[in-house]
Design a protein around this ligand. Sequence first.
Ligand SMILES: Cc1cc2nc3c(=O)[nH]c(=O)nc-3n(C[C@H](O)[C@H](O)[C@H](O)COP(=O)(O)OP(=O)(O)OC[C@H]3O[C@@H](n4cnc5c(N)ncnc54)[C@H](O)[C@@H]3O)c2cc1C
Length: 396
Amino acid sequence: MDFKFTAEEEAFRQEVKDWLKANIPPRWFELTTGYWQETDESWKIARAFQKKLGVKGWLAPAYPREYGGADLGHIKRLILAEELTYHNAPVGVETEITVNWVGMALQHFGNEQQKKDYVSRVAKGDIVFCLGYSEPNAGSDLASLQTRATEKGDEYIINGQKIWCSYAHYADYCWLAAVTDPDVPKHRNMSMFVVDMKTPGITVRPLINILGCHSFNEVFFDDVRIPKENLVGEKNNGWFQLAVALDFERSGVQTAAGNQLLLDFLVGYAKSTKRNGRFLSEDPALRNELAEMAIEIEVARMLCYRIAWIYKTGGHSNYESSMAMLFGSELLRRMTDVGMRVLGKYGQLMNGSKWAIGQAEIARSYLASLSIGVGGGTNEIQKNIIAMRGLGLPRK
Ligand SMILES: Cc1cc2nc3c(=O)[nH]c(=O)nc-3n(C[C@H](O)[C@H](O)[C@H](O)COP(=O)(O)OP(=O)(O)OC[C@H]3O[C@@H](n4cnc5c(N)ncnc54)[C@H](O)[C@@H]3O)c2cc1C
């Protein structure tokens, strides 16, 4: 077992670091835009940056060249994801959704025309997708969704409501799950569609998140007519496609890098800040907590590397993704708890306050961390998946 990157991969990492230092617009850092805190200005900067990455082949580095990628493989994809996250580059959840979840699913299930129409544009950063999964009465139990897609002539007509759709107010397309046959049992009654968000009959309404920002939306579909060719894969096989797309969603390989960034910030703060006459770095309780975080980041990193290795060797990461997602989200919660203790009462101040520490990374991450173990399936659902698919335990 060799845990080292090759010399060529290390050289690639250095190339990425150098490129990021030269290419992230300074204005981005002034905006203090973390996940789920996008504004119109930050969105514009991020989209321009993502297009630049796309031109370089680094937005979707593991996609085949024929669909706009760079065929760099999954280890270099991991390296890129780590460096983009660690350098706080303008790539957020919208990139994950579009490139690593929907784009990957479309490569698996889309026909040649759909791959040309969508996957290539995803790889170049030209389009953004949102996810149309959750409904007011279908979250963890997604198979209970009720949005209908009724076949009529050359079209499907869509009626229903989705909720918690991240970035639907910016997205060009929705990757939508809808019931296509209400007369058959759940899991065999739905299909997946690509829906142009400009289609008449779609209404997007904002939902404000825990950070006070507009990242989620309710999306209403009232007699939305879409061409039949927007059906992806086989009709009524949507549950399987959705499950595969969710595996991609849970396979984020960048979670360790995000936690490492926070830990490095806290270590720097502890070394340079005195409380009650001594440096925080001399406080035995805080030293223990920071050391514990360093160990857990190492565990998270290994879980992420395992996923990259599974994809590199032609496999598909399934319960392994749930493990990494669960551990990564709980780690973020523990990390921000530790952060709050290291920063003391100042840690609660948000950016904009003159007494906030740094750019209030810890306070903002603390709030965001509460939602991280919910999106993509709650941590309880991840445990169910690990029990069933990883340990072979019965469904109930
Ligand atoms: C940051 C964020 C972004 C999101 N983005 C999107 C998006 O872009 N598109 C989209 O469609 N959705 C999105 N969601 C919605 C997300 O997928 C759902 O919130 C999630 O699946 C949970 O569903 P729910 O909110 O209906 O909770 P529920 O399913 O009602 O769950 C409530 C509680 O019951 C527990 N529970 C439910 N069933 C079980 C079970 N079988 N075993 C054990 N415990 C159980 C859950 O763990 C949870 O604690 C997002 C959510 C968040 C927080």
